[in-house]
Design a protein around this ligand. Structure first.
Ligand SMILES: Nc1ncnc2c1ncn2[C@@H]1O[C@H](COP(=O)(O)OP(=O)(O)OP(=O)(O)O)[C@@H](O)[C@H]1O
Ligand code: SF4
Ligand SMILES: [Mg+2]
Length: 346
């Protein structure tokens, strides 16, 4: 770590790729054992694309997202892999980037919105001060200009009477309004990628729908890419162009939304989809939760991480061999399951 990011990283493959994560491992070495929170994640996001990252609680979605911005809490540590972000002069690898590059990516390229807006706002400063600061970190503008832009941004994210509310403090706002403020703050740097980690989970259903609509329309207006992390498959279905399904720190299936949700291939994706009510099916449909429990964080199963819960488990294979991503000839995307092993490796 600490070496110049641009030297060590190779260019991003497709011209339009804004983020490529390859072989990412992030772990927590604790007194009782090691938590392999992210255990070999591969994924990419194209310009203007909305990628939903879905999976049960504890599968590593947040740690993966925080790794992208090098915001993993101690004692968490990235131990392997690449996180390539497009920059003006090429590509930065966030895994090896020096602190200046990391700050520049955070300030100019990739922004993040968290589930709990208060966790990333200061209760002591007005909205105007906080968003104004974010703007001034990104561009050398006067305080007056930063304030003018803050009012404009607050209006854009649907805050009523922005010229007045710019002088209010976070505690004076409702949860939904605060989440809008967080989005305004994230937009202040004109990001090419917005990572939104469960941005609506803490909100009521109506406010949740409004915030998702806002995110979608801002995404279309600005052309930024969005990584939307959610455990809610309904939210993913509504928002995403592509989906990545995570289980125990790895992406087990990814592809266009329609392919993954209408014709899932991985047994875990199938089980997840069976566990949510289908639209229009009424409330009488019997839901089947995914069988078994997510294993304890310290005890990773050998072979395929999903094997203790899998209906298609093949003894002697699935508990021995770790599947790698394979691509089908007839559709985009990839799946990591030994049932598809004879297809071309991705
Ligand atoms: N600060 C930490 N210290 C130790 N372990 C951690 C820490 N943060 C996360 N973990 C562990 O890393 C694993 C992945 O956690 P993560 O928060 O990324 O899951 P998630 O998919 O975001 O879940 P959720 O849907 O509940 O938000 C879990 O086993 C979690 O306990
Ligand atoms: S590799 Fe085996 S255990 Fe894992 S998902 Fe595929 S069939 Fe199930
Ligand atoms: Mg999380």
């Amino acid at each position: 770590m600490g070496a110049s990011a641009t030297e060590q990283s190779r260019p991003l493959p497709a011209r339009e790729t804004v983020l490529e994560v390859e072989g990412l491992h992030t772990r927590f070495e604790l007194d009782d054992g090691v938590v392999h929170a992210v255990n070999g994640v591969d994924l990419a996001i194209g310009r203007g694309e909305v990628l939903a990252v879905v999976g049960e609680s504890g599968c590593g979605k947040s740690v993966m997202a925080r790794s992208v911005l090098r915001l993993v809490d101690r004692p968490g540590r990235i131990t392997a892999g690449h996180i390539r972000v497009r920059t003006d002069d090429g590509t930065a690898d966030m895994v090896t980037a020096d602190p200046r590059t990391v700050r520049s990516v955070r300030g100019n390229r990739v922004a993040m919105v968290f589930q709990e807006p208060m966790s990333s706002m200061s209760p002591m400063h007005t909205l105007g001060n906080q968003i104004g600061e974010a703007i001034r970190l990104h561009e050398p503008v006067t305080k007056a200009e930063a304030r003018r832009r803050t009012v404009e941004l607050l209006g854009r994210v649907g805050i009523p009477a922005p010229a007045r509310r710019v002088d209010e403090y976070p505690f004076q706002m409702s949860g939904g309004m605060l989440q809008r403020v967080m989005i305004a703050m994230a937009l202040a740097c004109g990001p090419q990628l917005l990572i939104a980690d469960e941005p609506t989970t803490a909100l009521d259903v109506t406010t949740q729908a409004q915030i998702l609509d806002l995110l979608r329309s801002l995404q279309q207006e600005t052309g930024m890419a969005v990584m939307l992390i959610t455990h809610d498959l309904g939210v993913a279905a509504r928002m995403a162009d592509r989906v990545a399904v995570m289980y125990l720190g790895t992406v087990v299936e990814e592809g266009p939304l329609d392919d993954v949700f209408r014709a899932p291939r991985h047994p875990y994706t199938k089980a997840l989809l069976r566990s949510v009510p289908r639209l229009g099916s009424g409330s009488r449909e019997r839901l089947k939760p995914v069988r078994g429990m997510v294993p304890h964080a310290y005890r990773r199963p050998a072979g395929c991480p999903f094997h203790p819960r899998c209906d298609a488990f093949m003894p002697g294979r699935c508990d021995v061999t770790r599947p790698t991503p394979v691509r089908a000839a007839d559709r985009p995307g990839a799946v990591s399951c030994l049932l598809y092993e004879e297809e071309d490796p991705a």
